[in-house]
Structures are given as structure tokens and as C-alpha cells.
Design a protein around this ligand. Sequence first.
Ligand SMILES: Cc1cc2nc3c(=O)[nH]c(=O)nc-3n(C[C@H](O)[C@H](O)[C@H](O)COP(=O)(O)OP(=O)(O)OC[C@H]3O[C@@H](n4cnc5c(N)ncnc54)[C@H](O)[C@@H]3O)c2cc1C
Length: 398
Amino acid sequence: MLTGADGRATGLRQQVRDFLAGHDPAALPRLEFLRARFDAGLAWVHYPAGLGGQGLSRSLQAAVDAEFAAAGAPDNNPARIGIGLGMAAPTILAFGTQEQKERWLRPLWTGEEVWCQLFSEPGAGSDLAGLATRAVRDGTGWRVSGQKVWTSIAHVARWGLLLARTDPDVPKHAGLTYFGLDMTQPGVEVRPLRQLTGEAEFNEVFLTDAAVADTDRLGAVGEGWRVAQATLMNERIAIGGGALPREGGMIGLAAAAWREHPEARTPGLHDRLIRLWADAEVARLAGARLRQQLAAGQPGPEGSAAKVVFARLNQDLSAFELELAGAAALAYDDWTQRRPESVSFFGRGPGYRYLRSRGNSIEGGTSEILRGIIAERVLGLPAEPRTDTKVPWKDLPR
Ligand SMILES: Cc1cc2nc3c(=O)[nH]c(=O)nc-3n(C[C@H](O)[C@H](O)[C@H](O)COP(=O)(O)OP(=O)(O)OC[C@H]3O[C@@H](n4cnc5c(N)ncnc54)[C@H](O)[C@@H]3O)c2cc1C
């Protein structure tokens, strides 16, 4: 008889088979199938019952996904809804009201509603708490005006995770409030921003008296900084802590290129590849441990390390690939200004990976900022002196 995690995984696999017996993925429309999977608690098993899950350990999800994949069932296209799954959902789960959870989580998971993140501004990136976008009371709701920038996927988003200033007269971290913003209203203008790769994956977003219902506020008024921390901690894990098989991801591409091009090998490149392979394997195992430690909702600052390592590895691996490819790598595959709906390092040439990975050490918190977080909040080193707040920095939730 199987006990513990093995027994629970076996039970879950049986649940999936029972579900499939009543919901033929080949016969049902994709969306209907996904909605039924959510309602059966087989979407994300670590979420609560009634919200797509069963309150189980996150580690059991792999067994469920594998069973659905083996049956040829459609998935929710996780690459397209990465911000929703990795950042919006855990924030809503941790800080949302029951009504918000019921309204937002199901269409988020099925992919019917895409989410984007309206945090960064032209004058506020690393210093996010200095943001200037204002939300002012308007009857029972709020009106929002300001400018956001680098907003990935805003051009297809139905909802935005909005951090706005609701009180300019208190220390900057205390004057922020967090909302879910309807991106489809007239006061929201989304303009493409072309990036180094030639694509316009992100945007600038102009908000002019955009309306937000008070029922779309996440957390208390003035509590936005604390809510934003949940989003940011989850973002770092979403970017840097993904599940991979051994030699999966970017190291797999570099190793494949090495095997395919014996003529390009040099002892120096061989040495680099071996080091990178070992680093990638250590990062993969550390990521697996991190995910096992996570309860649903609110991870701690440890995810910052996974994100720093992810960025460095991607940059080193793509540089390795480029060098191995020699002159051929200088011919970039496609400069068309597209507005992609998801980001993938696969299916493109090494030049794209080299250019796109530059952003990995900026997005989701720069590597410099994350090293500061690791130093102070993981290693317990003394904090750097800060001069920009009216209250002691130490007392502020970061
Ligand atoms: C591909 C990509 C996608 C993005 N998507 C989104 C998105 O969807 N939504 C969103 O809101 N934002 C998004 N961003 C923005 C991103 O979060 C910011 O670019 C990032 O936080 C840095 O802010 P900044 O660009 O204003 O740089 P700055 O904060 O001006 O930093 C400039 C440089 O100074 C360094 N620096 C700043 N302060 C310190 C300090 N205290 N100590 C040491 N060094 C410091 C930084 O490390 C950096 O090297 C995205 C960025 C990229 C590249």
C-alpha cells in the first residue's frame, strides 16, 4: 500500500482519470474543458477547495499535469499568462476578499483574462515606492492618473496589478494602495515600446482618470507596499524558480549546440560549458528545494537568489552559444517589430537569446537590488544607510 506523498499522487492521478472519463478533451471545446478542470479542483492543487485546488502540497501538481498531458488534454498556455499565474494569483489569494478570489482566479487560470503588472514608472523602478501615479477618491470608487512603463503584455491584458499613490502627505511607503485595474476602459492608453530584440513585448501605459471600483482594491488603503512585496517575491520565483528537467532550459540549448558543432569546440569553451552545466544543475536543484518549501501565497526573500542566478546563467549561456556559433550568430534572425503575447527563449536563434537575456538582470528587480535584499534579509548583514524616508527604514515592510 502506498502512503504519504506517493499515495496522494496516486490518488490524484486516479482523480484525473475519473475526470477525463467524464470530460473527453477531444470532444469538448478547450475553454469548457479548462473551466471544468478548475471546478474539479485539478487546476492548481495547492489552492483552496472551491478556487481550483484541494489545499494539497504544491509538489503534487506535477503528477496532475503529467496525467492531463499524457491524455492529450489542452493546457492553459502558461507562457501567455505568466504574470497572472505567477504574480497576480498568489497576490489575490493572499490579500483578496472572497468575492475577489471568486471573480478573478477562475478566468485567470483558464487564460480567459490576461493580467499585467503596472508598477514601474519613468521615475520609479528600483525605487518603486517613489512612484507618482495618483489614485483619488471619486464617490464610492477611485480615479487614477499617471504613467506606467515597461508594462509587459499590457497590449493583451484584461486586468492590471496597479500600485498607486493614495496619500502624498505620509512617508512614501505608507501612501500606496494596490488595485486591480480594468485595462479595457477609455482612460487606459497602451503604447508599444520597442526593445533590443526588435520586438515590443512591453509598453508604456497612460492613465487618465481611469476608474477603479473600491471593490477592486487589494488590501487596505495605505497597505499597497505590503501587498506589492507579495507580488515581487512571487515574481522572482516565477522568473527564476521554474521547474526544469536535468539539462532543460538554456543549458539544454547550449549542450545541444555543443554536440551538433564538434568543429567549433575549443578547450576553453569545453571548460566553460562544464562549469555552466554544473552551475545550471545546482540552480535547478536549489529551485526544486525552494518550490518544496513554498506554501501557497507568500514566499520570503530567498527567491531573490534564484532570480539573480537565473539572470547570470542565461546571460553566460547565451554568450557561450553565440561564441560557439561564430560568425553565423551575427546574422540576426528577425527584426520585425512584433507585439508578442508571451516570451520564450525557444524557437528563436542564439542572437535573440543573447539580446533578450540582457533584460533578465533588470526585470523583476535588478541584480544589484536583489543582492542588497539577499545581504540584508537572508544573510542578516547590516543595512545600507538610507536618507529618503521620514521613518526609520528598518521599520518599514519591504
Ligand atoms: C524585459 C523587462 C520587462 C519588464 N516588465 C515590467 C512589467 O511588466 N511591469 C513593471 O512594472 N515593470 C517591468 N519592468 C521594469 C523593471 O521592473 C525595472 O526596469 C527595474 O525595476 C529597474 O528599474 P529602472 O529601469 O527604473 O532602473 P533604475 O532603478 O533607474 O536603475 C538603474 C541602475 O541603477 C542601479 N541601482 C538603482 N538603485 C540602486 C541601489 N539602491 N543600489 C544599487 N544599485 C542601484 C540598478 O541596479 C540599475 O543598474 C520590466 C523590465 C524589463 C527589462
